[in-house]
Design a protein around this ligand. Structure first.
Ligand code: AP5
Ligand code: MG
Ligand code: ZN
Length: 214
């Protein structure tokens, strides 16, 4: 299964990705996670990406496409993959199509998680992530059993540097301007599935699972 997860910041892409990759046994490729890992490790890519991410802008296409192509060329992506947060511009989508074409592959589905923009800031600002295993929580909608501690591995929970209200608002604007045209792009290819992301986390996943198997 070759899949893309589309949706605005805080829509629940990362949350649902964890379920999808478990059920369909495919690798989870999040460009945001790749950048954050590089920032943490202080690599050249991390240094270049940091200022864009912290201001809520997109990292330039020239830095993104090659990383994804390298990752998709790895052995574990042969049978399938789940892209989360990529593509994010029409340029990235066209470049992905070209890459997949050249490698004799086609996308199966694009899962579009729809959430009202008014709800997104609260979702992102209340998000907490495990430093050790990356599990995602929300202080109100999906709290850990012990505040600040991961249920799965006892790791410490932290808040992303771009999860402050002003930056989240910028990210939403950037999504509307630069990423939302992809809804049309994949609708025309007849592979887009719309999912109501304003239900409980479990119900959102049920809908995704049914749609992917249908
Ligand atoms: P990235 O890390 O991809 O961030 P994003 O797209 O802004 O999305 P988020 O990770 O914030 O949200 P999510 O949809 O994963 O939501 P989550 O499941 O965590 O990118 C970060 C930055 O990197 C970008 O701004 C850009 O600078 C750069 N970048 C990345 N990719 C790029 C690319 N391709 N090109 C250029 N630049 C790129 O859920 C959010 C919260 O809500 C959580 O707390 C969760 O518990 C809660 N929640 C989830 N579902 C529900 C529900 N159904 N009900 C209630 N609460 C819920
Ligand atoms: Mg995410
Ligand atoms: Zn953990």
């Amino acid at each position: 299964m070759k899949l893309i997860l589309l949706g605005p910041p805080g829509a629940g892409k990362g949350t649902q990705a964890a379920n999808i990759v478990k059920e369909f046994a495919i690798p989870h490729i999040s460009t945001g996670d790749i950048f954050r890992k590089n920032i943490k490790e202080g690599t050249e890519l991390g240094v270049k990406a940091k200022s864009f991410i912290d201001s809520g802008k997109l990292v330039p296409d020239s830095l993104v496409c090659e990383i994804v192509e390298d990752r998709l060329s790895e052995e574990d992506c042969k049978e399938g993959f789940l892209l989360d947060g990529f593509p994010r511009t029409v340029f990235q989508a066209e470049s992905l199509d070209k890459f997949l074409n050249e490698n004799g592959k086609t996308l199966n589905k694009v899962v579009n998680i729809k959430v009202d923009p008014d709800l997104l800031v609260e979702r992102a600002v209340g998000r907490r992530i495990c430093k050790s295993c990356g599990a995602t929580y929300h202080i109100k909608y999906n709290p850990s059993k012990v505040e600040g501690v991961c249920d799965l591995c006892d790791g410490e929970l932290y808040q992303r540097s771009d999860d402050v209200a002003e930056t989240v608002e910028n990210r939403i604007k950037v999504y509307i301007d630069e990423t939302s045209p992809l809804i049309d792009y994949y609708t025309k290819k007849e592979i887009l599935i719309d999912i109501d992301g304003q239900q409980d986390i479990d119900k959102v996943y049920k809908d995704i699972s049914v749609a992917l198997k249908g």
